[in-house]
Design a protein around this ligand. Structure first.
Ligand code: AMP
Length: 146
């Protein structure tokens, strides 16, 4: 019996994402479930090492969105996730992840135990927030240094 029909992988494009990605893909495959991706742009800094330098004479918001979209598309291609299941949102990561899950009948959200926000807490702030707010199951993939 399949446990899950729709798995949502939340990615922050941090180094450790790959272990989380592998786990989400395995679970989706083993359950014959659809796999979707969500990335949330939480704020729009002038530059970020993960995205490369952003020139000052461009519409930063637009550039940021495009860079995120491209990264999501590359990952979508790797994981065989079609574009209509690659969700790019702006706002609070935990709230947007939960909203996308609610609106798309997701029954499992997969997050890393820690991401960009580091290891200061037992469970990262986004992972913790998703766990508290989600109506479906949440898998926090434990990452090294825990
Ligand atoms: P954190 O709790 O913020 O350290 O991050 C833990 C996990 O939450 C990450 O491994 C991702 O799975 C997810 N996450 C964090 N930030 C975002 C984001 N902006 N968009 C999508 N997922 C995120």
């Amino acid at each position: 019996m399949n446990l899950y029909n729709h798995v949502l992988l939340a990615v922050d494009f941090y180094d450790s994402d790959q272990r989380v990605q592998i786990r989400a893909r395995q679970i989706a495959e083993q359950n014959g479930a659809r796999l979707s991706l969500v990335h949330v742009i939480e704020n729009l800094p002038i530059s970020d090492a993960a995205y490369g330098p952003i020139p000052f004479d461009v519409d930063i918001t637009q550039e940021w969105l495009e860079a995120s979209k491209t990264r999501l598309k590359v990952l979508g291609d790797e994981l065989n996730v079609p574009e209509d299941r690659q969700y790019l949102e702006i706002g609070s990561a935990k709230m947007e992840i939960v909203r996308v899950a609610d609106e798309n009948s997701v029954d499992l959200i997969v997050v890393g135990s820690h991401g960009r926000h580091g290891f200061a807490l037992l469970l990262g702030s986004t992972a913790n927030g998703v766990l508290h707010h989600a109506k479906c199951d949440v898998l926090a993939v434990r990452l090294k240094d825990d």
